[in-house]
Design a binder for this molecule. Structure first.
Ligand code: TYD
Length: 205
């Protein structure tokens, strides 16, 4: 069985990660891939705890450890089994979210990297880049504690540094949604395993 691949979709709140990750999974399935959508923070165990209102009061370092613990469970429960089954796993946020957000809040992105060393590296990671002002204007529901202009400016800066270092593939998240999905697929193409053998469709947008 050919091992699957792990694709991470990253960006600040309001960048369109969820819409794009789900659209990418639909497109991959149409093209004969066993693709699954997953996201962080998860909604079980530590992930559920992280979503509880009021957690904003815990020290940022503890919060970083909680995000890492949630990720450890996510890797064990979803990512590793999916990779073993040969799936293309599209994760709406992964390790780079912690490096960017907790790195910005703590001022020590290297420490955040260290506590996340257990997590398998994504085969491909995308950054959907949108300016914080525009991203915030896209959020229609009440804002979470992370959705503040000044924090998102700092988070975006770390994301852009990682893209500059070649860790993330930079995409313009302000383009029309359909175009962004096509670009994701096009940039992902070189990393994809061969589609299911019983599928005769060719990969294309
Ligand atoms: P988000 O992607 O908005 O999840 P959902 O749409 O399901 O509520 O993530 C919630 C918040 O968690 C977001 O503001 C960013 C933050 N976050 C971190 O700070 N560090 C992390 O490692 C992760 C995964 C998320």
């Amino acid at each position: 069985m050919q091992r699957g691949i792990l694709v991470a979709v990253e960006g600040i709140d309001g960048a369109g990660k969820t819409t794009q990750s789900k659209a990418l999974v639909r497109l991959l399935r149409k093209n004969g891939y066993d693709a699954i959508y997953t996201s962080e923070p998860t909604s079980v165990g530590v992930g559920k705890l992280l979503r509880r209102p009021g957690l904003g009061k815990v020290p940022p370092a503890l919060e970083a450890l909680l995000f890492a613990a949630d990720r450890m469970e996510h890797v064990r429960r979803v990512i590793e089994p999916g990779l073993r089954k040969g799936y293309v796993i599209v994760s709406d946020r992964y390790v780079h979210s912690s490096i960017a957000y907790q790195g910005a809040m703590l001022g020590d992105a290297e420490w955040v990297r260290t506590v996340n060393r257990f997590a398998p590296k994504p085969d491909v990671a995308f950054l959907l880049d949108v300016e914080p002002r525009l991203a915030l204007s896209r959020i229609r529901r009440p804002r979470s504690r992370f959705e503040r202009l000044e924090l998102l400016e700092a988070v975006r800066k770390i994301y852009l540094e990682m893209a500059g270092a070649g860790e993330l593939i930079l995409l313009d998240g302000t383009k029309p949604p359909g175009q962004v999905t096509e670009e994701l697929l096009a940039r992902l193409r070189p990393f994809l395993p061969s589609p299911k053998s019983n599928c005769t469709q060719k990969l294309g947008p």
